[in-house]
Design a binder for this molecule. Structure first.
Ligand code: NOJ
Length: 544
């Protein structure tokens, strides 16, 4: 593994070859992590304050070494930052460019990389580009967005917004419709216009110059649309084209996964590559699972999220299928990603809720996530088992009902969970911080936080866990999963029992490195092993 020290004006930190392969990512929702100025909203200085919690270089900290920040740009917050009104500035609620530079420099000093959420598919309808575009059909920026005349008073196509309703809004000022994949306040940019491509490349350069280590790209599959604005066909109509199974369901054929999206990604990739080792990880929801591999060609995205794991119920067969999918993306799947929760879905501990085993299930999920082959992404708060919060109707802010997974980080049992000062009102209500918080779990060796710390540090220190190949171990019962991690002359075996009852399994002789059950003591194992209900173990099988 090539490694050299790189010194930048913002500090010195090691550069690895394809550093993301050694990364454990931590996704931060900036408004909810830590409020440094007592206004009830988390901010960039708040994140900087808590970097030692994330990684202080010792196993007393979480040990992550990369952060993904959800959007930090000025925004009217119709979609909480995913409606950007200025790509090259910081939302005043979160800080300014100076606080941003401080965060990058302090993170890099701790060996933590920082990637930004990049939202190129659409802007806010308040972005100056759209205000110009909307102002007149003759404006030189008119074609920066997708405008079309209607069809007899109806939208130009039958395309639907991902948030419901038609993907077109009529604008009476110029008598045309504009296209939006999401809210009407999020008009889609027109990447058939060369100036838009140039302007977006400049945005990438702006942040790369400021030292970011890459980007999570939003809504990748939607970036390009059919030039002729054809109506989406039904599955059965499409069957003639792709020979897929027919049905009356409409397929996003002409506004999704268009071939030109790949040219756009190659363009983004050329820009980031000109800055050295910077990462592009895509939020890709392909129309068909097999299409994901196309986005991972060598000159496109480095990584793409595999949402199959996040979408799986708590079961060995569902998780196993998601893992086989991630591992099976061919050459493109050479380096998968794994994630169980993010800012768009109910938190996994709440999805896996069970009368007797909710916390045990979260421990199992953590062991699976952090021992798989590929880059794991943790969503802030999952390491302490923060639950989905039932936000009362009067406090709801997100038009799509996602507030419950975006609530303030629960740092302590103090007022507002220590997220903000006692006199402030947090922007979203807090969960049950008296029961679930960092400071209590940090003191408890048996806590979920302690398990996350152990797993992450085990991964950071063991080359077989970081880089070793994945190979399924078939000797486990049906409701269990087993896999080897082999590399750097070492061999580990991970066995996970998802059943609510103990299971006996075959097991090669090995040494126990870690169990999800704190009560299991270190032991040497021979030939057979009994896994407790919802117990996972990592075994060291010695040299390969
Ligand atoms: C995906 C983001 O994760 C989600 O939060 C957002 O609402 C949509 N893209 C639109 O940007």
């Amino acid at each position: 593994m090539a490694m050299s020290a790189q010194t930048t004006s913002r500090g010195s930190y090691p550069r690895f070859h394809r550093w993301w392969r050694n990364a454990v990512f931590y996704q931060i929702y900036p408004r909810s992590f830590r409020d440094s100025n007592g206004d009830g909203v988390g901010d960039l200085d708040g994140i900087t304050m808590m970097l030692d919690y994330l990684n202080d270089g010792t196993s007393n900290s979480l040990g992550i070494n990369a952060i993904w920040l959800c959007p930090i740009y000025p925004s009217p917050h119709k979609d909480w930052g995913y409606d950007v009104s200025n790509y090259c500035a910081i939302d005043p609620d979160l800080g300014d460019l100076e606080s941003f530079d401080r965060l990058i420099s302090q993170a890099h000093q701790r060996g933590i990389r920082v990637i930004l959420d990049f939202v190129p598919n659409h802007t806010s309808d308040q972005h100056p580009w759209f205000l110009r575009s909307r102002s007149s059909k003759e404006d030189p920026q008119r074609n920066w967005y997708i405008w079309a005349p209607g069809k007899g008073g109806e939208p130009p196509t039958n395309w639907m917004s991902a948030f419901g309703g038609p993907a077109w809004t009529y604008d009476s000022q110029t008598g045309e419709w504009y296209m939006h994949s999401y809210l009407a306040e999020q008009p889609d940019l027109n990447y058939r216009c060369a100036e838009v491509v140039g302007a977006i490349h400049d945005v990438l350069r702006f942040w790369l110059e400021r030292g970011v280590d890459g980007f999570r790209i939003d809504a990748v599959a939607r970036l390009s649309k059919d030039a002729e604005l054809r109506d989406n066909p039904t599955q059965s109509a499409l069957a003639g084209i792709t020979r897929a199974e027919g049905s009356g369901v409409r397929v996003n054929f002409y506004c999704h996964d268009r071939p030109e999206v790949h040219d756009l990604l190659r363009g983004f990739r050329r820009v980031v590559d000109s800055y050295g080792e910077r990462l592009l990880v895509g939020e890709v929801w392909p129309r068909e699972p097999s299409l994901l591999a196309d986005y991972l060609r060598p000159d496109e995205l480095h990584l793409a999220f595999n949402f199959r794991l996040l979408k799986s119920p708590y079961s060995a067969s569902a998780f196993g299928a998601a893992i086989r999918y991630g591992e099976g993306l061919g050459a493109a799947g050479e380096w998968p990603t794994w994630t169980l929760s993010n800012h768009d879905f109910p938190r996994h501990i709440s999805r896996y809720q069970s009368a007797e085993a909710t916390e045990e299930r979260a421990r199992m999920a953590a062991m699976m996530l952090l021992t798989l082959h590929g880059t794991p992404f943790i969503y802030y708060g999952e390491e302490i088992g923060m639950r989905e919060v039932d936000v009362s109707p009067s406090r709801r802010l997100d038009p799509m009902g996602r507030d419950g997974c975006r609530t303030p980080m629960q740092w302590s049992a103090a007022m507002h969970g220590g997220f903000t000062v006692p006199g402030a009102e947090p922007w979203l209500p807090c969960g049950d911080y008296t029961q679930i918080n960092v400071s209590e779990q940090a003191r408890d060796q048996r806590s979920l936080l302690s398990l996350y710390r152990r797993l992450i540090w085990l991964r950071q220190r063991d080359p077989a866990l970081r880089e070793g190949a994945y190979r399924a171990f078939d000797g486990v019962p049906r409701d269990c999963l087993g896999f080897y991690r082999e590399g750097a002359g070492r061999r580990l075996l991970v066995m996970l029992n998802f059943a609510n009852a103990a299971r006996e399994t075959e097991s090669p002789a090995g040494t126990l490195l870690l169990s999800t059950k704190p009560e299991r003591v270190q032991q040497t194992l021979e030939a057979r092993l009994t896994l407790d209900a919802n117990e996972g173990v990592v075994l060291d099988l010695g040299n390969a």
